[in-house]
Design a protein around this ligand. Sequence first.
Ligand SMILES: [Zn+2]
Length: 1014
Amino acid sequence: MHDDRNLVEARLKRVLEERIRPAVYPETVPLRVEIWVAPDEPVPVAEGLAAPRIPISVGDPWGAPWGTSWLTVSGTIPEHWAGRTVEALLDLGFDANMPGFQCEGLVYLSDGTPVKGLNPRNQWVRIGTPVSGGEEVVLHIEAASNPVLQDYHPFQPTELGDKHTAGDKPQYTLTQMDLAVFDDTVWNLVQDLEVLGELMVELPVEGARRWDILRAVDRALDAVDLQDVNGTAAAAHERLAEVLSTPAEPSAHRISAVGHAHIDSAWLWPLRETVRKVARTTANMTALLDDEPDFIYTMSQAQQYAWIKEHRPEVYAKVKRAVASGRFVPAGGMWVESDTNMPGSEAMARQFVHGKRFFLEEFGVDNSEAWLPDTFGFAGGLPQIIKAAGSKWLLTQKISWSQINKFPHHTFWWEGIDGTRIFTHFPPVDTYNCSMLGREIAHAARNFKDKGRARHSIAPTGWGDGGGGTTREMIAKAARMRDLEGSATVRWETPAAFFTKAQAEYPDPPVWAGELYLELHRATLTSQAKTKQGNRRSEHLLVEAELWSATAALLAGVPYPYAELDRIWKTVLLHQFHDILPGSSIAWVHREAEKTYAAVAEELGGIIGRALLALAGDPGSGTEVVFNAAPHARAAVPAGGGRVTAPAADGCAVTARPDGGWTLSNGLLDVAVDARGLIVSAYDIAARRESVPPGAAANLLQIHPDFPNMFDAWDVDEFYRNTVTDLTGVDGITVTVDTPRRVSIRVARSFGASGAVQTISLAAGSRRLDLDTEVDWHEREKFLKVAFPLDIHTDRYASETQFGHLYRPTHTNTSWDAAKFEACNHRFVHFDESGWGAALVTGSTYGHDVTRAVRAADQGTTTTVRASLLRAPRFPDPHTDQGVHRFRHALVVGCTIADAVREGYAVNLPERVLAGDAAVQPLFAVDDDAVVITAVKLADDASGDVVVRFYESLGGRARARLTPSFSFTDVTACDLLERPIEEFVAVEDRAVRLRLRPFELVTLRFRRAVDGER
Ligand SMILES: [Zn+2]
């Protein structure tokens, strides 16, 4: 037999493209089109429908960047179309390759009923089947002319990312506005040929199945009359029936498809546009659920449901009905699909609290899976948080993006730093935007690493990122692959149904312990410094506001600000979305975020101020009360309390050195700063131990060129390290004795177009050297770091994460170690050499790197940690990080991990001083510093119960007593949502006796005694 395979494959491609697909719509008539352009931001639907229109024609340009146009299309269905299926074809000027990244529309009826979203892969609106002929058709389109930020030449700097700089040039050309006859038979033939053609090329050439399909396709194409496709499609379809009906092999991989649109809550569009993106996609998906009885759709991010509830109630009503039917599935149980590296302990917990609570209250749904397909790496604290929220499964596929090492499992137990295990699945389809292409399905089956022990994987199916969701074509293809020889089988299933099956067939999968580090997008720990700073500050202010509000409620009867705190938490949680906090959004998003964080700080400052004013006592007393929100006592002020304190003892000094530098000393440390303003010695007097290696200098600013191969805001590529400049030039140095309790050295430098002022200061009685850095940053494509070489020999170091810390290597033995050349810390990193250690504490930065070298002179090891301060990528925000920034760091010399934990909180929760005379007793006291309280608040249900959350912070066992200062009648262990769990709480002598595992987190809820009770 002669081999004509290539010939038939090429024939299929051309006939399908040029003859069969165009025949889906054999007849069209044009619609009349009129337009009204909203003057600025989007307007309410009623206003858009009522606004006066002017005519516009197909071929005309429309749509300034970020504009909104209301189009009305109208026409009459021709009489001779009676009995046919008719659709409107509405092409706003789409590029089919850019669903979610282009103009979009939402179609309404004249009464304001939303009908369907329009996007590049969804340009049709069903008018009737069958029609009678002669009907008048009127539709209205709310069209958003969102500009294309990332096209065929991605990562080019553009000013289109903010409406203030984007200009007003029309972005699109109206391309088609027609009524059309829809030929269902031809459309089905297209789906048949696509499924078979795509499957065929994935099959082995040596196998018979490939040739069976080839011959059937050849015969089907013979049956198509190219001049009368519509009249012959049924005959062609018949010739494919046999190859479409042969069943899958018993060993075929089994794919649980779930309809999905991974909608980024902000990214290459502002938050306000996501509100509309979600409405468009959900309008489409609820319509599709009505049309397709087998289809299941899942949507994550409670925030997105809240948006449509508020802004598009008509769409939300459809969503509520669809959720009630069980086929529109709220997934993930988080407020947004957040970053998980950077959010702090409480914020990560509250993502689940607010997400799950919304789903429970709105839909009665208590979902069991965390759903984070696109998040840039997963912190080791997350498994315990997922479990404490009452969930048990996790889905993500992002780790498949790692550049260097291939992750070894697709289904596994993920074990967090405390030992909690979560059943986790990475879809082997390697995308959260599956479109049911044959190559995607074949890839999932081939790629699945757990073959032989498991058979199921999940495929989130639908256009995502910018929205769009599942299409009727994807559903038609899935139906054909339900049971098809040569293909994996495909069934629409909910995430819960998938996880239940996957866990049942694979109860003992392999275990991955520790963080799921993404070997990509490492610069998201640094880009957009002000967004990071706003997050860190807001998280701590929120915890502080809850603490003082609860204290003021119990001690002074001040009403607890439930509604305000709920709203502010949700705002801060929204901004932890995986393109906002990571700094990978357009300028518009980050400009707004900066303003939002300022408003959050102001409002929380007001809440805290009101509470403290009520607690501080007599403001005319002539004394001051120091309040300490940190979880450890500080200078005689108890954790979570306030005291009138006497001035601390003096005891620090600054002296000139013969080499032109200075020495700061306080009896604990001697710190030498040389004439370049660099720290050349930090000596622990009691331990007789130097921390800075001989010849080295700390607090050294270093600058690198930083132009990654792609993903400018996201990525830093390892070669950035090949070129470095030490910033040692000095413009001026000022030495100050601020008070008898604090001495400082201030060093001004300039470099490139930028300048920096570094302040080094030491306080009496402290092992903490405080380092403030102000940078006026005007560089492009540069990376600024501040380096601390340490004379410490260690093969690992600790980084704080949620509810604990994890260890990473200081060496690069394996490709896995080497790939972690930029990593995340929360408030500290700590280095230990046989019981003596040093820590770098950070006030707002997250990215850091650690390297080690052996010195030629004395063969000692220098371990260098560098905090990442600023970058200057030019995509998607061409002006990233330009301007003035202030950073706070501290070097703690001669410190244990417990000291590092304490100083991390101390720096991030500074004390507050108010005029007054009161001693404010903390609501809770713990008698072991290893047990750290992260939240003290009143219960969210407004019952007046007091909730406290704490964890073991050192990675060991803790036995402690937690003593409330108020009377209580009952105490229960709770999950994060403050729901009781089966866990015995030992009460003894009006205190709770605690026994904690390493890094264990515990939430307790106290019912307060009313008068007369104990
Ligand atoms: Zn995303």
